[in-house]
Ligand binder design. Structure first.
Ligand SMILES: NC(=O)C1=CN([C@@H]2O[C@H](COP(=O)(O)OP(=O)(O)OC[C@H]3O[C@@H](n4cnc5c(N)ncnc54)[C@H](OP(=O)(O)O)[C@@H]3O)[C@@H](O)[C@H]2O)C=CC1
Ligand SMILES: Nc1nc(=O)c2c([nH]1)NC[C@@H]1CN(c3ccc(C(=O)N[C@@H](CCC(=O)O)C(=O)O)cc3)C=[N+]21
Ligand SMILES: [Mg+2]
Length: 285
């Protein structure tokens, strides 16, 4: 079997069109455009690219984009006061602090300081808690974007065994909660897991999010399964690759996401969806 590709660029374009149409409708109704604030600290080249893409997509769907580029020497107190200002700013519906921050800054208290209603990354404990309790509000972008991809191929979650490789707060853990919410039976693998190969062989849905190129061998993959590769690893050659041995996995899976062009574009599209939702919710409440 050669797996069909799950086209994240195509599905994300559909999401952007949906968001764009809802923004247009708001403007026709005399309402304001959603506002998204993206905060970049320092000059990490990968972060600069991601932030540029986020701002570009933001503008392409008609949002107001608020940009904050702080030097690598920005202090914790400076960031705290910026977050306080953005929390109070009525034109800002969503606040995103690009991670990772330079090592002298502590991300956790900053993420906690973002008002949960403006937490478009879905990283605040309030929003993670809501997902945990089956009543999600703002959902972490990468896992929610992956669910959208899985829905787009008609995934049957109930009765499926889903394996999530990686247990970070921003990808692996919320991914497991999203799959659980859909009715899958979940396993979460991490650094201390023994016999990763054995779990992969039993996974109808595999989500690889460890950040280790080639960690998942193609020959482990369950025939007929769906493989979602979240890994974004830059090789010395400059080439971007995932955590899964793509060519070999493709010979066994039924569906697979490419890297690039799979999960990455969905993360940004879901961010836009979250910002619109945050905006619509603030209008009512
Ligand atoms: N496409 C996209 O939109 C996005 C892509 N990414 C990419 O996804 C990957 C993961 O990101 P993130 O969650 O932030 O990374 P982290 O480094 O925070 O988390 C990685 C997780 O994988 C686990 N892990 C590491 N090595 C192994 C191993 N050998 N076997 C099993 N589990 C292992 C770690 O275990 P432990 O907890 O024990 O340390 C940890 O839970 C990265 O490549 C990142 O670039 C991230 C965000 C968005
Ligand atoms: N507060 C915060 N929120 C995040 O959501 C967040 C973050 N910080 N820090 C870094 C990670 C990583 N991340 C990606 C988003 C898009 C692509 C993406 O668009 N990837 C393209 C290719 C990009 C390229 O070519 O380099 C693709 O896969 O096709 C990748 C990775 C969001 N993150
Ligand atoms: Mg995210």
């Amino acid at each position: 079997m050669t797996a069909k590709l799950i086209d994240g660029r195509q599905v994300s374009a559909t999401v952007r069109e949906e968001v764009s149409a809802r923004v247009k409708k708001r403007l026709q109704d005399g309402k304001r455009a959603p506002g998204l604030a993206v905060v970049l600290v320092g000059e990490d080249p990968a972060s600069q690219i991601y932030v540029r893409n986020k701002r570009r997509d933001c503008e392409s769907v008609g949002f107001a984009s608020f940009q904050y580029d702080l030097g690598a020497d920005a202090t914790q107190v400076q960031l705290e006061s910026l977050i306080d200002d953005l929390n109070d700013n009525p034109e800002v519906d969503g606040i995103l602090i690009q991670l990772p921050l330079p090592p002298h800054l502590d991300a956790d208290p900053l993420l906690l300081r973002i008002h949960p209603d403006k937490d478009v990354d879905g990283f605040h404990p309030y929003n993670l808690g809501r997902l945990c309790q089956r009543k999600p509000e703002l959902r972490p972008c990468t896992p929610a974007g992956i669910i959208r991809l899985l829905d787009s191929i008609g995934t049957n979650y109930k009765g499926a065994h889903a394996l999530v490789v990686g247990a970070s707060n921003i990808v692996g853990r919320p991914m497991a909660l999203e799959l659980l919410l859909k009715g899958a039976t979940i396993t979460v693998a991490h650094r201390f897991t023994q016999d990763l190969a054995g779990y992969v062989a039993q996974a109808d849905i595999l989500v690889a999010a460890a950040g280790k190129p080639g960690l998942i061998k193609g020959e482990w993959v369950k025939p007929g399964s769906t493989v979602i590769d979240v890994g974004m690893n830059r090789l010395d050659s400059g080439k971007l690759c995932g955590d899964v041995e793509f060519d070999a996995a493709r010979e066994r899976a039924a569906w697979i996401t490419p890297v690039p062009g799979g999960v990455g574009p969905m993360t940004i599209a879901t961010l836009l969806q979250n910002a619109l939702e945050a905006c619509e919710r603030r209008d009512i409440g």
